[in-house]
Design a protein around this ligand. Sequence first.
Ligand code: NDP
Ligand code: HSE
Length: 459
Amino acid sequence: MNIESIRPFAASRPRSNDAINVKTQIRIGLVGFGTVGSGAAKILFDNADLIARRVGVPLSLTRIVDIDVTADRGVVLPEGVLSPDLDGLMNDPSIDIVIELVGGYDFAKHVVLEAIGKGKHVVTANKALLAVHGEEVFAAANRAGVDVGFEASVGGGIPILRSLTEGLVANHCLSIVGIMNGTSNYILTQMKREGREFQDALAQAQAAGYAEADPTFDIEGIDTAHKLAIMVSLAYGSPVNVKDVYTEGIQRLSALDVRYASELGMTVKLLGVAKFRDGEIEARVHPTMIDKTAPLAQVHGVYNAIHVVGDAVGDVMFYGQGAGSLPTGSAVVSDVVDIARNVRKRACGRVPPTSFQMDCRVPIRIRPMEELTTRYYLRCMVPDQPGVLSKIAGILGNHSISIASVLQQGRQEGQTVPVVIMTHRASEHAVQTALQDVNRLSSLVSEPITLIRVEDQES
Ligand code: NDP
Ligand code: HSE
């Protein structure tokens, strides 16, 4: 539907309460014209009129900086917009907002801090930068009186951060649990649907263009940990050191465990889990078994979903494309619009980037993993002979770990067979210590026991 043809843009005509606003356009500079940069640029050009009506003045993408100015990015740019000249962009006093979409740490941090230092507002999708250097960036922005938008850093196109900082601010956040990495979710979906081993599914994700050439951050859970750290700091008003987020990826998961999960009526997902308990926060990322009927189990391929529970609102689910040029570009442009509205109304800093006012944040302890309790799936490769299972059960019992069920399919006397043990809720410390005891006994297990945590109503 082309509603522009029905309602022509008339926002440049000032209304009475806009009289004090002198800006007739907001000018934007973009650094990094790759996947997300080209998506954001396309939206700014294609939806310019729609966006202008929402802001009140046009947004003008006047400078784009990239080291490669020849590649075809699928966006037709006006003459002279694209160049490798970062200084030209930074020293252009007419640029109000700088969008950083290069990624990585050092250069991106330099771009963001230089822009802030020059009094420009900043938008970024760089979760790695924010999870590690967010405090420095936010403090610099606070001193300079500029806004920092980073909606695209978590959940791609899903407006989760604005919901945490605005829509859900009436609530104490009880928990945030979600699938926050599209690449891992695609791999797990392929392992489940096609019975593929991890390496096969990863190769498939790379061939399909989902996983990056270096997928380390995605498959090792680091990307999810970055996103969880950002959400936790916004939801609880506490700075989070990403090193305190327990992080385990999907790279050691086997097709056998994915199949057992199905047989147990469960699905394996890489979850980011944050919960507020007894005045402390638990924050962890790991492959997790969830009931196959749970809403998060219905999230397939590169989609993301985040389940937030607030004390007043109850359950809220966010679902959508967690990556990609246009979905992520959509979130980037939403920040640009937000800031442009603030610029017009001279309301910058209205919503602090930390969600809580900077001087009202209180550090909350992140509980170490060994202090947490949950349920466990344990797969033991054992010789199929009498007494083995009772010895393992005995060791678990010695550590106060109660067994909920045991699954062994088929018999191959004298050979190694998988035995799956589901536990009741147990302490992580106790489980890790018990597994060390069992793994030490080569007469009991032929390889280290595989552990997958279970998340359910009980956890
Ligand atoms: P890309 O690699 O596609 O784009 C980055 C662009 O920056 C490339 O064109 C690159 O050029 C350019 N670049 C690299 N170094 C410089 C430099 N020194 N000066 C100017 N330009 C430079 O990355 P994405 O678009 O995928 O990601 C951008 C950011 O968005 C990252 O922080 C990422 O984590 C985040 N993000 C990405 C999502 C996605 O779906 N891709 C989703 C959510 C967040 P060249 O290619 O020649 O190196
Ligand atoms: N690599 C990320 C993913 C991109 O696969 O979800 C979005 O942050």
